[in-house]
Design a protein around this ligand. Structure first.
Ligand SMILES: Nc1ncnc2c1ncn2[C@@H]1O[C@H](COP(=O)(O)OP(=O)(O)O)[C@@H](O)[C@H]1O
Ligand SMILES: [Mg+2]
Length: 313
């Protein structure tokens, strides 16, 4: 595991004067993994990413990529990372093609770069980006696409992407997610930040939620889905007893009146719940899986709230 880690953060902290942007984050990202780094604005996502890219010096702790210390070995680190910053820096007057040539030449001035150019064209095609236009004429979404092409064209083992889908339309996002999947299928890894769960849940294997500079949760998406809450409502033709349901484990927001019941239940509680419900004559029954966002809040809502309180002081 140690040698295999693509990214390793160890108790990473960053203070800017009195602001603590990152407050002791530890995490590991392995090969073949898309890690969704999720958090609201100001949570510390970009700070983490800039520490990884060797652009900031940690106040304490370590950031490593493939075993290389990001602050002390930035040149080697940049060689193995494709990086898309939140606000891609492009040259206004250069076209997409010229950016591709320029970046390839920077990386391999002596070798031919035909292969990279070819790969860049393929990526642009799949993201529906025209490389003929100067950067200053590109929309936000198209600038992001060009930055993604430049980051991916050399097929680096690790992609570090700071909210790359902002401004991309949903179809392009789909094509982009497919590219990330192909990248991990070849053993690559991806750190993908976002402030919207819906954006990472389709592509991430794990998600880490960062809030106020701390990781408040790390979840494998599959496991989270298995624990996903279901909203259950039932009505009966006879009176039921609240006590019967209070004894079931895992139920949330349980509300029982004489002839009706509503609650949220994880998958693991559904069987016991159904059996209890079926002891009485059922008039109506409804069971729907809640959106992942709600499941997340169901489990981590108190952490969110506590942090919000702390922020207010
Ligand atoms: N260069 C800086 N100087 C001072 N404060 C900063 C600097 N960069 C980030 N911060 C602060 O650190 C916190 C985390 O910011 P950031 O990492 O940009 O969050 P995110 O990318 O999740 O929106 C914020 O409170 C932000 O204001
Ligand atoms: Mg940011």
């Amino acid at each position: 595991m140690c040698a295999d880690a693509m990214v390793r953060l160890t108790d990473l902290r960053k203070r800017f004067g009195k602001t603590t942007a990152l407050d002791g984050v530890s995490l590991t990202i392995g090969p073949g993994e898309v890690f969704g780094y999720l958090g609201p604005n100001g949570a510390g996502k970009t700070t983490t990413i800039r520490l990884l890219m060797g652009m900031l010096r940690p106040t304490s702790g370590r950031a490593e990529i493939l075993g290389l210390d990001c602050w002390h070995r930035p040149v080697e680190v940049h060689r193995v990372v494709g990086y898309v910053p939140g606000e891609p820096a492009l040259y206004d007057r250069l076209t997409g093609h010229q950016h591709v040539t320029f970046c390839s030449n920077l990386r391999r001035p002596k070798e031919g770069n035909g292969k990279e150019r070819h790969r860049a064209e393929e990526l642009a095609d799949r993201l529906d980006l025209d490389l003929d236009h100067p950067a200053r004429t590109l929309s936000r979404g198209n600038r992001q696409k060009l930055a993604v092409v430049l980051a991916m064209m050399s097929d680096p083992p690790l992609l570090v992407l700071d909210e790359p889908t902002a401004g991309m339309d949903p179809l392009v996002q789909q094509a982009f997610h497919l590219l990330l999947r192909e990248h991990t299928a070849r053993g690559g890894a991806v750190l993908l930040s976002s402030h919207v769960l819906g954006e990472v849940e389709r592509v991430a294997d794990r998600i880490g939620v960062v809030r106020g500079g701390r990781l408040v949760a790390v979840e494998r998406l599959q496991e989270l889905a298995a624990r996903s809450l279901h909203r259950v409502r039932a009505s009966f033709s006879e009176d039921i007893s609240a006590a019967d349901y209070a004894g079931l484990t895992g139920l949330r927001d349980l509300a029982v009146t004489a002839r009706s019941l509503s609650c949220s239940a994880p998958q693991s509680s559904l069987d016991a719940l159904l059996k209890m419900v079926s002891r009485h004559q059922v008039v109506d029954f409804e069971c729907a899986e809640a959106p992942l966002e709600e499941t997340f809040l169901g489990y981590y809502g108190s952490d969110y709230d506590r942090k919000n309180d702390a922020d207010a002081h």
